[in-house]
Design a protein around this ligand. Structure first.
Ligand code: NAP
Length: 352
């Protein structure tokens, strides 16, 4: 069987592409990715980066409000284990990243999207129809492809950072922040962007103190997020510093962080039972190396302005995998829609 359109990736761009492709009767097949240790530990889970966040306050149509009953009816019981915990009282709250993704997934399923919980590990784009290879070695033949594999969090690459991964070092506060090892303890967050503020703010709910270590004297985060950090009495921004070593032992895991002043190179040690990295992202394009045009950072290149075309005709890119600039859930969803429309028009022009 030759698929009309295969979508690789299951974040907001992937599901939006699926919703549009399914409504256009293209019967999309989504590879949502493997839920294994490797994908989880590098920050590449099925349902994308939003699966690793808390509340989403800026996705249009999801205002801060009572959402529980809507979520209860829209997300089936079989997926309830993935949902964020229901608040104990009837308080108002925003939609969470995982819930938003499950709603998108359900919306795609409602229109007939088929889903495989596998990774695509290799692609053959040299002749059409294309051939995609799954992690189980299966070959999938298709007329068009939408790449929506997103991006994942970066680490500094320190030996000590790798040594203490899962023992206090993490790139996902939401995944790990509530663990007992971090409760009422000082923590370090590295970075000065929106993610760093978001992580620091989240961690401040559990930690005794959060040191936000930033290599410059000004935050990159948006003004509103900067205020959130600066107004939070538990967050202390450590300006002009970088993390040079994570210290600890096998029994306790992380106990301290060694920081270096980026201006005068002096060093200091701070108490920390956890170190959270929030220093940007890397696109999930390793399996596409040499197959599609990429920019120097590995992001897929759109070859025509205002189109989701890649360097191979019939292969489209949507979401963070082709966007190192906006990187928002709503922009990812928007380009997912564009990619589905581009694929639909490509298939129609080919009479497929
Ligand atoms: P980012 O904006 O690229 O910020 C990365 C931060 O890490 C910067 O402060 C950077 O320092 C620092 N950094 C990078 N490499 C480093 C290194 N090797 N050593 C030390 N520090 C390093 O990334 P992001 O915060 O993940 O945000 C990405 C995008 O997502 C942005 O568009 C952001 O607006 C968006 N976002 C939005 C929200 C929200 O609206 N709630 C939440 C999260 C993310 P410099 O500043 O010195 O370069």
């Amino acid at each position: 069987m030759t698929e009309k359109v295969v979508i690789i990736g299951s974040g907001p761009s992937g599901w939006t592409a699926a919703i549009y492709a399914a409504r256009a009767n293209l019967e999309p097949l989504v590879f949502e990715g493997l839920s294994n240790d490797e994908n989880m530990s590098v920050g590449r889970p099925p349902l994308g980066q939003l699966f690793l966040t808390t509340e989403v306050e800026n996705f249009p149509g999801f205002p801060f409000g009572r959402l529980e009953s809507f979520l209860d009816s829209a997300i089936g019981k079989e997926l309830s284990y993935l949902r964020s915990p229901t608040p104990k009282d009837d308080e108002h709250h925003a939609v969470t990243g995982p819930d938003l993704m499950l709603l998108m997934k359900q919306q795609a399923i409602n229109f007939g999207t088929r889903i495989k919980a596998e990774d695509i590990v290799d692609v053959h784009f040299d002749s059409s129809p294309f051939r995609l290879i799954t992690n189980s070695g299966e070959s999938v033949v298709c007329h068009s492809v939408i790449i929506a594999t997103g991006a994942r969090a970066n680490y500094l690459g320190l030996e000590s950072e790798a040594k203490f991964k899962n023992q206090g070092v993490s790139a996902c506060a939401v995944c790990d922040g509530a663990l007992p090892r971090f409760r009422n303890k000082p923590l370090v967050v590295v970075g000065g962007g929106d993610s760093a503020v978001e992580e620091a703010d989240y961690l401040s709910k559990f930690a005794s103190r959060v040191y936000m270590v930033h290599r410059r004297d000004a935050l990159r985060a948006s003004k509103i997020m900067q205020q959130r950090a600066l107004n939070n009495p538990k967050i202390e921004v450590v300006w002009n510093h970088g993390l040079v070593e994570v210290l600890g032992d096998d029994k306790q895991g992380v106990t301290h962080a060694r920081l270096e002043n980026t201006v005068d190179k002096s060093e200091k040690k701070v108490d920390a039972s956890g170190v959270f990295l929030a220093i940007g992202h890397t696109p999930n394009t390793a399996f596409l190396k040499g197959k599609l045009q990429m920019n120097p950072k590995g992001y897929l290149v759109w070859t025509k302005p205002q189109r989701t075309y890649t360097s191979v005709e019939g292969v489209f890119a949507a979401g963070d995998v082709a966007d190192d600039y906006y990187r928002q859930a709503i922009t990812a969803a928007g380009t997912g829609c564009m990619a589905a429309l581009d694929a639909e028009r490509y298939l129609a022009a080919k009479g497929l």
